[in-house]
Design a protein around this ligand. Structure first.
Ligand code: CA
Length: 505
């Protein structure tokens, strides 16, 4: 197993949980909920959890966490209208991190360094307005604007850090208070960072006041904050937000230095939102310091879910990160941005979700990330139903998805794969068949070690089959369906595992 996300090589078949959805109730109870359910999450098979940004955002308790105001305020100071964040207080956050770690779950903190919002005061600065569609193209001459870039954190009054921010710490902004106009302005003497996405000419600027991470003063402050954060919270690693808007060279240095100064492994996974595999690999570089979410695979799954069967399933993994560089791929089906009504909405339709999860949970390659909104649904909005097959698929990953893999991605509408199982996991092995069109019978090689065994359909509703003498089996799948087969001897252990979860709930 890669050390990029999991420092403990002994962890077999890790599963990361994205431990929040966009529309969680703003009741400041989420950290307590996680503390109370840490053991249950561990029992369900989660080995790591990505927690939402834990610091005060400009919208106070209503801020999901990406409108970063003060990264030293983990729900401790009366700022932006309240002491707690959307998820609770600092003490509750620290308790949740401790409880999750005690249950055997690594905690990944969401780190948002690209921008700041909700400044305490405005400043006058000379700036060049640029074309939002091409940030290298100036619109006119530099002129004075009034911008919200002064962050003094009066509610915190210097606790933990006396660093304050002014316009020198930023590259640009999207609002001129003087003219009451939005646009994009590049501050005097600043340049957009290199090593960011090339969309819109240069995609350094995303939102808010864009942090100039390469400025020596800012860089030193982000180093100091990183050490403070790791030592204060004890988190095991990071999910890094919006990395395509932050020069690749920054995290290469920041992560390496932080790992050295704290003496911790601090595995990290970055959000680089692009379907272009070459761009992802370019960002990772020759010596990757992080994994990346497999955004190309997400879009392939989205296409499969929305094409009425017209996607060629045999090419599903072509051009994905998990295919090209499995050691640095975190696979996922949905997240807080792709869920309905969010910025990057590209929701996987419910009929295909179990298949999509089987494709990330039951195969060898990549570290799968399960979305909170799929595990529990989003009752706050009713946008997403819970994927009721998830507990079974996760139990199958833990108990059965071992040993060599045999692929049958050889037809446009019906594909499958099998895992042979291994001696270390009794009755392990499984077979998966999925269709995006018609019902079918597909022959899979499940391994000669299973010759003569009866295999049962644990998901999909079909009858049992007998593995033939050379290790092949004829497996059924329904219209647009998913079938998971396993050795009959595995059925009782799978059932016990699920019963235990139901009893704890
Ligand atoms: Ca930026």
């Amino acid at each position: 197993m890669t050390d990029a996300l999991h420092p403990q090589p002994s962890r077999v078949n890790p599963i990361l949980l994205q431990g929040f959805a966009w529309d969680l109730a703003a009741d400041s109870r989420h950290w307590r909920l996680l503390t109370d359910n840490a053991a249950l999450l561990a029992d369900a098979g989660f080995t790591a959890i990505w927690l939402p940004p834990a610091y005060k955002g400009q919208a106070g308790v209503d801020d999901v966490g990406y409108g970063v105001y003060d990264t030293y305020d983990l729900g401790e100071f009366d700022q932006k209208g309240a002491v707690p964040t959307k998820y609770g207080t600092k003490d509750e956050y620290l308790a949740a991190v401790a409880a999750l770690k005690a249950a055997g779950i690594d905690v990944m903190a969401d780190v948002v360094l690209n921008h700041r919002m909700g400044a305490d005061a405005s400043e006058d600065v000379l700036a060049l307005e640029v074309d939002p569609a091409n940030r290298y193209r100036p619109l006119g001459e530099p002129a004075e604007v009034t911008v919200w870039t002064r962050f003094t954190f009066p509610g915190r009054a210097g606790a933990y850090s006396d660093f304050t921010w002014d316009w020198h710490c930023f590259n640009g902004i999207d609002w001129d208070e003087r003219s009451g106009r939005s646009g994009i302005w590049l501050f005097e003497g600043k340049e957009w960072s290199e090593g960011v996405a090339h969309e819109l000419g240069n995609y350094d600027y995303l939102m808010g006041a864009d942090v100039h991470v390469m400025d020596p003063t800012v860089s030193a402050e982000l180093d100091a904050w990183g050490r403070w954060y790791v030592e204060t919270t004890g988190v095991n690693g990071f999910r890094l937000d919006a990395v395509k808007h932050i020069g690749a060279q920054f995290f290469r240095r920041w992560l390496r230095d932080l790992r050295r100064t704290t003496g911790r492994a601090l595995p990290a996974v970055g959000e680089y939102w692009s379907e272009d595999l070459a761009e992802l690999r370019g960002y990772l570089g020759d010596e990757p310091v992080m994994s990346l979410f497999d955004v190309p695979l997400h879009f392939h799954l989205h296409a499969a879910a929305t094409s009425d069967g017209n996607v060629d399933l045999s090419r599903l993994f072509e051009g994905t990160l998990v295919d090209a560089d499995p050691a640095h791929a975190v696979t996922f089906v949905e997240n807080h941005d792709t869920q309905p009504r969010q910025a990057l909405a590209s929701t996987i339709l419910p009929w295909f979700k179990p298949s999509a999860y089987a494709l990330i949970l039951l195969r060898e390659a990549g570290i799968p990330c399960v979305f909170w909104g799929d595990l529990f649904g989003t009752p706050e909005t009713g946008d997403l139903p819970a994927v009721t097959e998830l507990p079974l698929l996760m139990a199958a990953r833990r108990l059965l998805a071992h040993g060599p893999q045999h692929d049958a991605f050889d037809a446009p509408d019906v594909v499958g794969f099998a895992r042979e199982g291994d001696a270390a996991h009794p009755a392990s092995g499984l077979a998966v068949v999925l269709s995006d069109r018609h019902a079918a019978v597909k022959r899979l090689h499940v391994g000669a070690r299973h010759a003569g065994e009866q295999w049962v359909c644990v998901l999909g509703g079909h009858g049992p089959v007998v593995v033939d003498a050379d290790g092949g089996a004829e497996l059924e799948v329904s219209d647009g369906g998913l079938s998971v087969y396993a050795p009959a001897a595995a059925e009782s252990e799978l059932g016990r595992s699920l019963d235990r979860l139901v009893r704890q709930r």
